[in-house]
Design a protein around this ligand. Sequence first.
Ligand SMILES: [Cu+2]
Length: 292
Amino acid sequence: MRAAGITNLRAALATASGFVVAAKTGAAFANGIGYSEPGQIGFQQPVTEVARDIQFFHNAILMPIITLISLFVLALLAYVVWKFNDKANPVPTKTTHNTLLEVAWTVIPVMILVIIAAYSFPLLTKELVIPNADVTVKVTGAQWHWSYAYPKDQGDFSFDSYLKDEKDIKPEAGDIRLLSVDNEAVVPVNKIVRLQITGADVIHSFIIQSFGVRVDAVPGRLNETWFKAEREGVYYGQCSKICGKDHAFMPIVFRVVSDEKYQAWLADSKKKFASAPSPTSLAATGPALSAQ
Ligand SMILES: [Cu+2]
């Protein structure tokens, strides 16, 4: 009963906040799934449970609380300026304590924090406890591209993914300037994908907003995260840690496809990338960089 109540409340709040976002962004809200449209306000369309929860938490919990507190403080300030200025109140009172007020302004913020924590902690747990994965992909950030490695059970191959040159961009084929890459990472739809993320040289940051995933790629450290995309499509992200001169030109592209298409892609890629050197070894990073 209680759970149903919470679900209804969540649905109602999510719908309400959705209307606000849709009203602000207009057509942009409906288009651009997987990337942001020029002029878009608000998040990209979520395609995982975690991304939906993050957006609900932001739109329906944090934003109303922040807005109400800001309006309340603004009203208090305006009241003080109007009521207690030098002209209206020439002789100030010497009052220094008010027990009721002091208890209230301690207890009420604590209650607000408890409400936020009640939504935030389960969400953090969902993000950090990685379920049994169907597919594991190792992602390595390097100056300035991403490398993807598929382990033995998926065919044991790896490849580099570079930004497509402006001259190779074909908008009719769905290419997007400054986002499309030569080799996309491919994963199956409705499967749990575990990402193992590291850096080859400096700290990069891996993000795909539609998946609700953001993890730093730190050299010498293997960070983990996961997602289960519920919709086929192409989802874009960009390196989100200033990592050098081409930081803005190392987009992340994941193509989510059906199981059959994924198996076919695995078979193709096994041949295509068979001789490709491992992206994480120093020997592989050197020539790849100097080739740029
Ligand atoms: Cu980077």
